[in-house]
Design a protein. Structure first.
Length: 355
């Protein structure tokens, strides 16, 4: 399998340093992360949800949003920027529209608080929308959407983040790295899930590249003077990323600001102001879900048709579909343990207060 996206190359470079680390069983990693979250002020429920989510990212090799992010979660909690005990409120805005106020808490517990009702709405109406606001999303999106596809549904999700991406030709960062994810059932196989930033790279991968001393690919970002740079530190220090694919990625970043912020009542990436909370890292914005029952299309063969299309794509020469790398790593790490660099493991144990 080739891994040619710039951010995947950066993540792979990071992953290589951890592949040789201490193998940790998935359940043990979840338990360790849960202790960290509880120790830093989240409720038991929030700790369990975030620990499972973050450990799943590490298990699947989504390293830009795995345990690398734990100090960021902790710093946001310590700074008082995010409420680890927030109680989301769920409101019905119509027969197929849920509005969720995450109350300055994390996005995943807010999402899970409304998920069962969303599923009922999809079964009743064939489609339903969940609009979450005042939510901190600091993770990958695939853990949110993959389970829908395993339940036979098509799901889309969009999140905006904090201003660190300039519009094409622009000088000021307006957009976040703004990921979107899509998940569909596939007959006889795992769901096809793609989950990608609207920027050339995720901010997390730029930070990993800076920490590991790697350059980033040409065309990924600009420095504080708007000049192209391959130095990740210049991007982080007053510079910015570019959207992927020029104006086309710029339009997707724009759409995601509209769907995840304007529509939900969350903040635009540009409006995120954490200056009063030094150390905070989790952007407080919004998230939109659209979930569809594909059986309402009436073909009776939806998942077979998708499987057929994937067959044709591969026959035409694409060596793998999005998600397949993650699934392969999931099998491997559930069997052999998740390799963690000893220094990283020690850091996590210290954050958990382990002796
Ligand atoms: N919460 C937030 O605000 C943000 C979160 N993120 C998260 O960061 C993560 C990384 O984003 P990004 O760097 O854009 O992702 P990548 O470019 O690494 O990957 C994007 C998608 O393309 C797939 N893919 C990668 N290489 C190939 C290939 N050679 N052939 C076919 N498919 C391929 C990946 O599948 P696979 O996973 O199987 O490799 C993935 O679904 C995402 O999970 C995203 O949600 C990003 C920005 C902000
Ligand atoms: O990697 C990224 O771009 C981000 N992850 C969470 C907020 C932004």
């Amino acid at each position: 399998m080739s891994d040619e996206t710039p951010s995947r190359r950066a993540a792979a470079a990071f992953a290589q340093t951890t592949e040789t680390g201490t193998p940790v069983a998935f359940a043990d990693l979840v338990a360790l992360l849960e202790r960290i979250f509880r120790r830093h002020g989240t409720s038991e429920r929030v700790a369990a949800i975030l620990a499972e989510n973050c450990a799943s990212c590490e298990r699947d090799g989504s390293t830009s949003h795995g345990v690398f992010r734990i100090p960021g979660y902790v710093n946001s909690l310590k700074s008082g920027w995010v409420d680890g005990r927030a109680e989301p409120t769920v409101e019905e805005a119509g027969p197929a529209f849920l509005r969720v106020d995450a109350a300055n808490g994390f996005a995943q517990p807010a999402f899970l608080a409304a998920r069962d009702r969303l599923l009922e709405m999809v079964r009743e109406s064939g489609v339903a929308v969940m609009a979450i606001r005042n939510s901190h999303h600091f993770s990958a999106l695939w853990p949110d959407v993959e389970p829908f596809a395993r339940e036979g549904l098509v799901a889309l999700s969009f999140v905006n983040s904090f201003a660190c991406v300039v519009p094409p030709g622009g000088k000021a960062a307006v957009y976040g790295t703004n990921p979107m994810a899509f998940a569909t059932p596939v007959a006889g196989g795992d769901p096809m899930v793609f989950d990608q930033a609207a920027s050339s790279m995720a901010n997390g991968d730029v930070r990993i590249a800076a920490r590991e001393g790697h350059t980033i690919p040409p065309g990924s970002g600009v420095d504080r003077d708007g000049k192209p740079t391959t130095d990740p530190k210049a991007v982080l220090d007053g510079g910015a990323l570019l959207p992927f694919g020029g104006h086309k990625g710029g339009s997707i970043a724009f759409m995601i600001e509209v769907l995840a912020a304007a529509l939900t009542g969350g903040k635009y990436s540009r409006e995120v102001d954490w200056s009063a909370h030094p150390g905070a890292e989790t952007p407080c914005t919004g998230q939109l879900f659209i979930v569809i029952d594909p059986e309402r299309g009436g073909t009776g063969a939806f998942a077979d048709r998708v499987a057929g299309l994937i067959g044709e794509v591969k026959q035409a020469g694409q060596d793998r579909m999005p998600g397949e790398r993650r699934y392969a790593r999931r099998v491997r790490t559930l069997r052999d343990g998740i390799p963690l660099a000893p220094a990283r493991l020690a850091e996590l144990r210290a954050l958990a207060g382990d002796a």
